[in-house]
Design a protein around this ligand. Structure first.
Ligand code: HEM
Length: 478
């Protein structure tokens, strides 16, 4: 396999080199007037390799900060993934995202994304088609479905934590299983099993190798491996859809709704099988490693901050006492976990867990901070830098959930995105995190078995803690 990968990369690099030379000799890059300062880097490849290097070593923000320092401005141009690109950050950038509607921005579509996520996934649809798809998808995550997931998530949290008892585990790896099985339950009513674990392994491949040079036809290349994994996953989900159509299923899950949207009579809101499969796949992708990284980071932060950990414990003792009569966790009780919600918000701020950037393409010339972003250029909104801007957050690197007691200025914090593409799974992610934290602090004490280590690494799409967060948990006896 190593040989194949190597040969694949070698052929790919050769092709890119030949194309670059051709490009260099045949085409002259035109730089429109009024664009931000910056560099387009190498012919064709631009600054892609440098960007990817930074991204995998220390995060995209490091690449952006180095450029901002170099050009002495807060907005600059570069050339990555074969596109001229402008990088912007801060509240004005988020404002653009939030208020745009579908007017001047589209999602940064590239062929690479089409190959990875399918033409009809929410990610790749636009305007009216996106609106229609979102309507059905948000409908599938309605209150009834979400409430039905609470006992399932509670059961899964209990089982997950039980499997950690008695030995050191890597919290991140174990939480990745937890979030994958949670989302498989929500979408397809699938329970943890060797079969779901096989699907998870393919998702790992898709996430790990998807963000790479898009050499799709080169066997053994990273991108080709990601596409093979996607194909296997599509085949499996197709089977689930076909079985469901044959046998029916009374489960209160997302697939049931997508196949038969309730309360929606207009036929244009009914999804085709291709749309259902693309979106189930994208849903899993969007909700998998984001939530596991968030939970792992929360456990790490609470371990390092005993005072805040005690406040969380006190909140959950209170909830538990109130629950004695009712038994299981309820929607209302989850909504009353105010301190834990502030802990989650602070962890999301500190670790830019959902996404470090938003990627868009301009549909027309856009004026930004005195510069012009030309039509057709990509725009990267660098959220990570805004999350820790000292002009906005006092002691920005300090874990301080209490900062959410006060109002945070508008357009600043957008962990779940903003505007037309705000996270469709935000409510489910919050439930998942609250239920898991409740089960953990109610039943266990824990300690990290390695010294604090803040280092993060890119698994593909999101950052994960580099040391996996080794942890030892101990059951509390009452
Ligand atoms: C802590 C966990 C999560 C975080 C921080 C997060 C963050 C985000 C962000 C920032 C976006 C917007 C991306 C953009 O505008 O380019 C997004 C979109 C999305 N998220 Fe999440 N997410 C999380 C969990 C989930 C879960 C659990 C699901 C599914 C159950 C999910 C499903 C989606 C979907 C479908 C979209 C695309 C929405 C659209 O394009 O209309 N996310 N998420």
């Amino acid at each position: 396999m190593m040989d194949n990968v190597f040969i694949g990369q070698l052929i790919g690099a050769g092709l890119v080199l030949i194309c670059s030379l051709l490009w260099l000799f045949l085409i002259r890059v035109k730089i429109p007037k009024g664009v931000p300062p910056g560099s387009f880097g190498w012919p064709l490849l631009g600054e892609t390799i440098e960007y990817l290097n930074y991204r995998y070593k220390s995060g995209a923000a490091a690449f952006f900060n180095e450029r901002r320092k170099r050009y002495g401005v807060d907005v600059f141009r570069t050339h990555i993934f074969f596109c001229p690109t402008v990088v912007i950050a801060g509240a004005d950038a988020h404002k653009l995202l939030q208020n745009d509607g579908y007017r001047t921005l589209t999602f940064g579509h590239s062929q690479m994304m089409r190959d990875l996520f399918g033409e009809t996934s929410l990610l790749l649809t636009e305007g009216d088609q996106h609106k229609r798809m979102r309507k059905v998808i948000l409908g599938s995550m309605n209150l009834k479905v979400l409430k039905s997931q609470i006992p399932i998530l509670e059961g899964l949290s209990i089982e997950t934590l039980k499997s950690w008892e008695g030995a050191e585990v890597l919290a991140y790896d174990e939480l990745a299983k937890f979030t994958f099985y949670s989302i498989m339950g929500l979408l397809l009513s699938l329970k943890p099993s060797p079969y779901t674990e096989t699907l998870r392994q393919d998702f790992q491949i898709l996430a790990k190798y998807g963000v790479s040079l898009p050499l799709k036809n080169i066997p053994g290349s990273s991108f080709n491996r990601a596409l093979q994994a996607r194909k296997r996953l599509v085949d499996e989900i197709k089977k689930v859809v076909e079985d469901r159509r044959k046998d029916g299923n009374a489960s209160e899950d997302v697939l049931n709704y997508l196949m038969q949207p309730k309360g929606i009579s207009r036929s244009d809101l009914h999804l085709s099988d291709e749309e259902i499969i693309d979106n189930v796949l994208f849903f899993i992708f969007a909700g998998y490693e984001t939530t596991s990284t968030a939970l792992a980071k929360i456990i790490q932060l609470l371990s390092d901050h005993p005072h805040e950990q005690n406040l969380v414990k006190a909140e959950h003792q209170r909830v538990q006492q109130e629950l004695e009569d009712e038994g299981c966790l309820t929607w209302e009780k989850l909504k009353s976990m105010h301190y834990t919600s502030m802990v989650i918000n602070e962890a999301l701020r500190l670790s830019h867990l959902g996404t470090e950037v938003f990627l868009r393409t301009s549909k027309e010339d856009i004026a930004f901070h005195g510069y012009t972003i030309p039509r057709g250029w990509n725009i990267i909104i660098d959220k990570a830098t805004t999350d820790i801007n000292p002009d906005i957050f006092e002691e920005p690197l300090k874990f301080n959930p209490d900062r959410f007691q006060k109002n945070i200025p508008p357009y600043v914090l957008i962990p779940f995105g903003s505007g037309t593409r705000i996270c469709a799974g935000m409510e489910f992610a919050n439930i998942e995190m609250l239920v898991f934290i409740h089960t953990l602090v109610k039943n266990y004490s824990w300690r990290l078995t390695q010294e604090h280590n803040d280092e993060m690494e890119f698994t593909g799409v999101v950052e994960k803690p580099k040391n996996g967060i080794p942890i030892l948990i101990q059951k509390l006896h009452f």
